[in-house]
Design a binder for this molecule. Sequence first.
Ligand code: SF4
Length: 318
Amino acid sequence: MEQLNTFGRYLKKKFKTKVSKIPLGLSGFTCPNIDGTVAKGGCTFCLNDSFSPNLVQNTGKIFLNLQSKNNPILKKQLQELDEQIVNTREKMRKKWGSQKFLVYFQAFTNTYAPFETLKALYDKALTYEDVIGLSIGTRSDCVTPEVLDYLAALSQTKEIWIEYGIQSVYNETLERINRGHDALNVEKAIKEAKQRGLNVCGHLIFGLPGENQEMMLTSAKAAYAWGIDSVKYHPLYVVKHTLLANEYMQGEFEPISKEEYIDTLMKAIKLKPKEISIQRITAGIDDGTLLAPAWCGLPKNTILASVRQALRKEELVY
Ligand code: SF4
């Protein structure tokens, strides 16, 4: 049996202790694909609070007009950041014995704000002695050279990751899900981050409308070739009150089955260069907002057990 290169193992090897990611959801952040800058309505599958446990209600574009360091939204964000780090860190210490932490700016687009605001938030997170670095979730069309340069400077002494949603390398799919950028944009952003020595995690979704398995695996291969250091694989699920929910209700889209997802995942993992670590192999939701497929509403451990069983057949251990 071969142990897969999971992100947990990568961090443990590097920092010689258990390192966990603390997810943040700060008020004030939004997304250019939601607020109308790039597009309106966001990606068709997106109901942001469906995957951001710490999300606090966002205040939209108002935030972007407040450049001052002393603006009330930033003050609130810094306070939320403190509370979320302290509370989540404590839980992770108790649950998993975690000793070091990576602060994960998760909800919405975490480079979509004035540079001084971003700097204040990133710097604040790094003031915690046991925080060894940051992971910044964002969009490939929303990173400036100034932010990338700053993150690259931080990476001289800290573990810095940038996470891009790749989802698919097919432009027709990206258009269909109202992604607001094309595949070339993601490829360029990944390469620009890599040129600065930053670590990059790419997110892939299997089961997007109109895609077959060959297309999903082509996206995975392209993402690996672009130089990502880590990957998150997700099945597409339909959440109520999204544009995708309308497509689903009108019969325009068939959600991926558990069997097809696991089969695609096994193939994607076998195609993956070993040095690319895996941060996520599935995703589910249990807050009552799921419409389909039903298997994504099963307890996380039940889904993971099926994935682990399939991996064992491949002589692999997650
Ligand atoms: S980029 Fe992220 S936050 Fe923005 S609409 Fe798409 S999924 Fe939602």
